[in-house]
Design a protein around this ligand. Structure first.
Ligand SMILES: [Zn+2]
Length: 182
């Protein structure tokens, strides 16, 4: 696992300033995640920031804690941002979503309809599935599809640290829920 090289992927030319801010925020989220897990949430954490670097909302996955299948970290963070800004359309706010793993098929829809402009994620879905057994769904060419809709995506940011949190979650025997897949 240590020898795997995770190159940052993006659907536009990489802006080093944006990447370096994303590395900082995602590292913070990874460091905070164990506290959320200890409270029965996680193992994913997402945050919405504006283009000046101000935090608008931060939420962990609460599917198990709140008994709601769509309470993924991204969906919770988007809902909290919309509540904070009192709107159902975030497109006028130039917001960025930072998340500790690649969004699943549900969250891609949630992100697309929210008006979020930029998405930064850590652990790619393939690794999330290998480590945890979660089913991330099917989402062919989503970086290209987001590009068509003017949503910037950067992925594979701080992957090793992100994988460690997930490995620890599984080691502790925490709940993994997933639909059966053939
Ligand atoms: Zn999701």
């Amino acid at each position: 696992m240590k020898n795997v090289n995770f190159e940052v992927v993006a659907n536009e030319k990489i802006n080093l300033q944006k990447l370096s801010f994303a590395q900082k925020i995602i590292s913070q989220l990874q460091q905070e995640l164990p506290d959320y897990i200890a409270k029965g949430k996680g193992p994913f954490l997402a945050a919405v920031y504006d283009d000046k670097g101000n935090l608008i909302a931060k939420e962990a996955n609460s599917v198990v804690a709140k008994k709601c299948s769509h309470n993924h970290a991204e969906m919770n963070a988007i809902k909290a941002a919309e509540k904070a800004l009192k709107t159902y359309d975030l497109s006028g706010y130039n917001l960025r979503l930072y998340v500790t793993a690649e969004p699943c098929m549900m969250c891609l829809g949630g992100i697309m309809w929210s008006g979020i402009k930029e998405v930064y994620y850590s652990v790619p879905s393939k690794k999330v599935e290998e480590i945890t057994g979660f089913d991330e769904g099917f989402k062919p060419e989503w970086l290209e599809e987001f590009k068509k809709r003017h949503i910037t995506v950067y992925g594979n940011i701080e992957v090793e640290a992100g994988m460690e949190v997930l490995q620890d979650y599984v080691k502790r025997g925490k709940t993994v829920y997933k639909p059966e897949r053939k």
